[in-house]
Design a protein around this ligand. Structure first.
Ligand SMILES: Cc1cc2nc3c(=O)[nH]c(=O)nc-3n(C[C@H](O)[C@H](O)[C@H](O)COP(=O)(O)OP(=O)(O)OC[C@H]3O[C@@H](n4cnc5c(N)ncnc54)[C@H](O)[C@@H]3O)c2cc1C
Ligand code: FES
Length: 337
């Protein structure tokens, strides 16, 4: 099996030819920087000192063929070794996984519609593995090239991973999941991954923000918060944004949690008020970051802040949080590329 060596850190680990350098490093309990795991963010870039690697995904968006290739740089989440390699990458212990990521299969045991285009898919794992609330896994459906990242919605039960997934028009994986997958069918699962997990040790109030497909990890964090006995005086505020009223969701799930209405509070807003479907909406309007400012303004820096959703929304929340002086160390997020 190919051996990957990082001379500057005096480390080496095995990476089989069907695995990628990043995932093998994390499976070996090492801390290698990353974020999306699907070739989009570029945060897992490393330099090949000797040996050869090949990208799993052709021309991944987080890699520039001219600039990166000239410097022998590749993406850890996409690079498969063709033999022994020596690489240069700044290792960072905070990226070590508490639960080592592993590849297994999941059997679909139940589905439940949440909105017109978000559905929960519940899988039983062949080989159970735990995860931290807010983390994600790579899900591979037969016939689609490359796994896609999906965040778990439950709170870390080892044998069951639930995902709340939004249908993307003509999306390869979501079309297969929504239109073809039946209870009893199996998918490939690889995880857990991700750094936007619940920091239960923080005594601060929690602010969870999501729009569209970002629902799942925020629900996972809210579930873990509800069950936690650490800092019982903390509150969790959950903000969810949708284009029109039929996109609004999350409240009925949170209502089933102990502490809803006292420790767990739900707020939502509709952004497309000119849309005919929004006629008759009497709730709040606007975008998620605007609602956060309206509700919390100068106190935003006091929260542990979690958010997830499409990159433009995540970028707008990040900008808003920094403008309101929220320390970067209190921001935990996944951009859903
Ligand atoms: C960390 C993270 C967590 C996420 N969590 C959720 C979630 O909880 N719920 C949810 O609904 N969505 C989530 N997403 C988005 C999800 O991963 C998909 O992008 C989305 O469902 C569209 O997939 P698709 O195959 O249906 O669409 P497609 O249009 O077929 O695929 C689009 C996505 O797949 C990527 N892609 C294309 N080809 C490849 C390949 N060969 N290998 C790897 N990737 C490829 C593209 O960059 C793009 O991101 C998350 C994304 C990330 C990065
Ligand atoms: S983690 Fe590899 S490109 Fe995002």
């Amino acid at each position: 099996m190919p051996q990957i060596t990082i001379p500057s850190a005096n480390i080496s680990f095995e990476c089989d030819e069907h695995d990628t350098v990043l995932r093998a490093a994390l499976r070996a309990g090492l801390g290698m920087p990353y974020e999306c795991n699907v070739g989009s963010c570029g945060n897992c870039r490393f330099e090949v000192l000797s040996g050869e690697v090949v990208h799993e995904r052709e021309n991944p968006p987080g890699w520039n063929e001219q600039r990166d290739k000239a410097k022998n740089r590749y993406l850890g989440c996409q690079a498969r070794p063709l033999g022994d390699c020596s690489i240069k990458v700044p290792m960072r212990p905070e990226y070590k996984s508490q639960f080592l990521p592993a590849r297994t299969t999941g059997k679909l045991v139940a589905v439940e519609d949440i909105t017109h285009d978000i559905r929960e898919f519940r899988f039983e794992l062949t080989e159970p593995n735990g995860f931290l609330p807010g983390q994600y896994a790579l899900l591979a459906v037969p016939g689609v090239e490359g796994g896609r990242a999906y965040s778990m919605a439950n709170a870390g039960e080892p044998g069951r991973w639930d995902f709340q997934i939004r249908r993307v028009p003509n999306g390869q994986t979501t079309s297969a999941l929504f239109d073809k997958l039946k209870p009893g069918d199996e998918v490939g699962l690889d995880g857990p991954y991700g750094m936007a997990y619940f920091r239960d040790e923080s005594p601060r109030d929690v602010l969870c923000m999501a729009g569209g497909s970002g629902l799942s990890p925020m629900i996972s964090i809210a579930r873990a918060f509800s069950a936690s006995t650490t800092s019982p005086d903390r509150k969790l505020h959950f903000i969810y944004g949708g284009r029109t009223p039929r996109d609004i969701c999350g409240e009925s799930i949170l209502k089933s949690l102990p502490g809803f209405g006292t420790r767990i509070l739900y707020h939502c807003a509709v952004s497309d008020t000119a849309h005919p479907d929004s006629a008759g909406w009497s709730g709040r309007t606007g975008f998620v970051p605007d609602l956060a400012v309206e509700l919390f303004d100068d106190t935003l820096a006091n929260f542990e802040i979690y958010f997830a959703g499409p990159p433009p929304m995540a970028d707008a929340i990040m900008k808003m949080a920094i403008t309101h002086k929220a320390p970067v160390g209190q921001l935990h997020f996944d951009k859903f590329y």
